[in-house]
Ligand binder design. Structure first.
Ligand SMILES: [Zn+2]
Length: 422
């Protein structure tokens, strides 16, 4: 069984939209009040209080007339809000995150509902029905039928007013037929993905057009008086373009990753540490950061996020469909090494797209040459154990589920047969 997440658009009735708006507001109030209370308890009394402590206070508050409106919101919404805050504090104490912050009123918001598993059959039928406490049935556009029932449902509205439900279900996913094909993947700017067999994905063309429109819309926004009606309208317009850009990019990424997973048993990626890349962008430049900085230019942050997302998709899809992801050393000079003879070219300006190797005469396309090196290196790289945790290459053997193990690639790189197809 796999954990698979689903997201569907839905269209609330006017009454549902109003109720949800109240729930968002109440959840935000609970978050902020609990946060203030916890901060005060800690600063003044040196005490650590938790969400459970606050929910006791909340039960008491609900009995008071000025807080009667708290009774209109399903208890599960507050319980989840407080649980989220507990997690935010846990992350803070573990030094993984900054101190939790107050939530401001924003156009985009979300809340979560726990679904009582004893009565789930009354409120959920996959592809047909989802009823939430206080809202009733939602008018959901089921773009596919989930293979299980959710334990938790998130309802959110984005900045341009579109509504979504999302949830995870335990689902059986049929693995794809085993494939012995291996491919190296280089992530870049002009082409989001270039593979070792010389295929280039391109970059969705409309993104450029949207980017221009976005710039224009933002310039118009900056000329309007903040808080005015025209300003508010323009904010919505900007949000809509943002959403369209995000959707287009996401579509394209999913198509790319699904295609790679379908065709190949083993996919080798450069181990670009996404967090490291952002750090190096701020000036603590190391070799990989420098490479990425060169690659990315102006839209670096967008690109960083894109790389991380493509890798995330490849990893979970590999898990779904029984594929193997292998990471190659990110410090290796993949674009400056000839994939034919292994000679290193110290002087290789970024603008050089195609080069002839002075040592062996091979004509190398910059990107697919890098992808071929990544595939070759992946033989000695770290395989990502998509079934949980990380394995070292030496511990990796063919696990018997039809996957081509990286160890075999190392002993016989020829058998993956994707790197010499020029
Ligand atoms: Zn060469």
């Amino acid at each position: 069984m796999n954990q698979r997440s689903h997201q569907f658009r839905f269209y609330p009735t006017a009454a549902q939209a109003k109720t949800l708006g109240q729930c968002f507001g109440a959840a935000r109030w609970v978050w902020n009040t609990a946060l203030a209370w916890r901060s005060a308890a800690y600063k003044i009394d040196g005490e650590r209080v938790t969400g459970v402590d606050f929910s006791r206070e909340l039960t008491w508050l609900k009995t008071l007339e000025p807080y009667a409106w708290l009774r209109d919101v399903p208890a599960t919404v507050f319980a989840q809000t407080l649980r989220d805050q507990d997690r935010a504090f846990a992350n803070f104490f573990a030094k993984r995150a900054r101190y939790p912050r107050f939530k401001k009123r924003r156009a985009a918001a979300s809340i979560r509902y726990q679904i009582d598993q004893r009565s789930v059959m009354n409120v959920y039928r996959a592809g047909e029905l989802l009823k939430l406490p206080g809202l009733g049935a939602l008018d959901i556009r089921w773009s596919r039928v989930p293979g299980g029932a959710p334990k938790m449902v998130t309802v959110r509205v984005d900045a341009c007013g579109r509504w979504f439900v999302s949830f995870m279900v335990e689902e059986h996913i049929e693995p794809l037929p085993a494939s012995t094909s291996g491919v190296g993947v280089d992530l870049g700017v002009n082409d989001i993905v270039v593979t070792s067999d010389g295929r280039k994905s391109g970059n969705p063309r409309h993104l450029k057009r949207y980017r221009r429109r976005l710039k224009l819309a933002q310039r118009r926004l900056s000329r309007k008086r903040k808080g005015s009606n025209r300003w508010r309208k323009q904010v919505k317009r900007v949000a809509r373009i943002h959403a369209r850009v995000a959707d287009t990019r996401s579509d394209h990424q999913h198509k790319l990753t699904t295609g790679l997973i379908r065709e190949h048993g083993v996919i080798a990626l450069e181990d670009l540490n996404v967090r490291g890349m952002t750090a190096s962008a701020k000036g603590t430049a190391e070799a990989p950061g420098k490479k990425v900085a060169q690659k990315a230019g102006l839209n670096r942050s967008i690109l960083d996020a894109g790389f991380g997302e493509i890798r995330r998709q490849l990893e979970y899809k590999a898990q779904f469909y029984g594929r193997t992801i292998v990471l190659a050393d990110r410090f290796a000079p993949t674009s400056k090494t000839c994939s034919e003879c292994g000679a290193y070219q110290a002087d290789m300006p970024l603008k050089v797209r195609v080069w002839t190797c002075p040592d062996c005469g091979a004509v190398n396309d910059r990107d697919s040459n890098a992808a071929r090196n990544i595939l070759a290196m992946a033989a000695g790289g770290r395989p990502v154990d998509v079934h949980g945790g990380r394995r070292t290459p030496s511990a990796t053997t063919n696990s018997g589920c039809g996957m081509l193990a990286p160890v075999e690639m190392r002993t016989n790189p020829e058998c993956v047969g994707a790197s010499h197809g020029r």
